[in-house]
Design a protein around this ligand. Structure first.
Ligand code: ADP
Ligand code: NI
Length: 213
């Protein structure tokens, strides 16, 4: 099986896994992350297969989406093995998709491979800008977060457990606790450039929101 057929099969696998997702982790997010990752990868000598496979699979092991992430990981490994993806590449892909989340980068940023840094940048860019605003509102609604409460202030210096604790979270707070922090945490200078107008859109949105509130 050639790499194109392997990537197509992984995409079909993700499509099936995300079909029922109602938290904004739809296939369109995967498509945008793939596109951004390809764009960012152009500037570097990296294994394109590993990047595209990790971008395709990055949300199918997410503990926010799947009750049993360890089981989800086992399934992904079984799928990759069935597709005759080498052990070495599987290890690289798995290392990326299990350590690239924002939560994993709290309490000290995890040192990802260059391929991983590119996939992480692509994923984080899709959490910013107009799309990022929409996804945060969508996610917050699904998880029954309040829209905003001026009395609830952004929690500072969150660790992983605190970040995951959604009690007292509001959609607007999510911008301060995560989204506005992402641009400076991006790995590649190219992603930082792409982040700039997206950050401005979020800042303009927040200013308008508060003025109207
Ligand atoms: P990603 O798919 O980029 O790894 P997540 O799985 O963490 O991101 O979250 C999916 C989307 O929902 C992102 O755009 C993220 O910013 C948003 N989101 C995550 N947690 C919250 C929250 N507590 N409130 C509002 N939006 C959230
Ligand atoms: Ni994602």
């Amino acid at each position: 099986m050639d790499t194109k057929a392997q990537l197509d099969a992984l995409y079909a696998y993700t499509k099936e896994k995300l079909a029922s997702d109602k938290t904004g982790h739809d296939l369109a997010h995967i498509d945008r992350v793939l596109k951004l990752a390809k764009e960012l990868a152009k500037n570097y000598q990296v294994d394109r297969f590993v990047i595209l496979a990790a971008a395709t699979l990055h949300d199918v092991v997410d503990d926010k989406l799947f009750a049993d992430p360890k089981q989800a990981q086992k399934e992904v490994v079984a799928k990759m093995t069935a597709l005759k993806i080498t052990q070495e590449k599987q290890a690289e892909i798995l290392e990326i998709i299990t350590h690239m989340s924002y939560a994993s980068s709290l309490n000290g940023k995890y040192q990802l491979s260059l391929a991983g840094q590119i996939v992480q940048d692509a994923d984080w860019l899709d959490a910013l800008g107009a799309i990022g605003i929409t996804r945060a509102i969508y996610y917050g609604a699904v998880h029954q977060e309040k829209i905003y409460d001026p009395k609830i202030l952004p929690r500072k210096a969150l660790d992983k457990t605190e970040y995951r604790n959604l009690a007292n979270e509001t959609i607007i707070n999510h911008f301060y606790e995560k989204l506005l922090k992402l641009p400076e945490l991006l790995n590649t200078p190219e992603a930082k450039v792409l982040a700039r107008p997206r950050q401005q859109i979020m800042l303009d949105f927040l200013a308008a929101f508060k003025a109207e509130w």
